[in-house]
Design a protein around this ligand. Sequence first.
Ligand code: GAR
Length: 209
Amino acid sequence: MSRVVVLISGRGSNMQALIAAGVPLSAVISNRPEAAGLEIARKAGVATETVDHRLYADRGSFDAALATRIDHHAPDLVVLAGFMRILGVDFVNRYAGRLMNIHPSLLPAFTGLDTHRRALQAGCKIHGCTVHLVTPELDHGPIIAQAAVPVLDDDDEGSLAARVLAQEHRLLPAAVRWYLAGRLSVDRLRVGLAGSPHHAGNLRVPEVA
Ligand code: GAR
């Protein structure tokens, strides 16, 4: 059976979507002991751990401690599901090709933080989320799948975030399943999805509400 480790920092709703979709998780690890998602994972019977970044002097020692905990589970795939720490080059290279992230924008637009506010400020008519493989450059790795949502005239940050999050909860489990089924192929930044005509399965554009 495939082994998946999920890293979280807070609410854990994307991790919960993976559990709800029946993705078997070997462990959920948080860099914050107070992360609400840890309790959700425990209630679902998933092993949880904390590697508190505040206890480490620098990024390198935190990354090394985190990698030790992850490697204990010998995962096929490590999923960053709302993990809000920047990971160093050594860490990223250690998990090259098996480290996946969900980001709340249509990359390469709006890397980093406050993506919904920035999409609104920029006057975007379309926004969304991206699942991608992690490379050392922040939020720039090969794109596995994207889901687009409309930006409506009366949207505020909260309403737009909620519309995107609903799509995140569909996109991430699908991407993880494709990965575990061996359906993804990577050619530089381009990711193909086997068995999907014209690779259309990895683009989601829901109806405008
Ligand atoms: C999600 O919107 C995820 O895309 C985002 O944090 C949120 C976590 O929510 N991730 C990032 O911004 C990473 N740069 P969750 O804890 O409920 O899954």
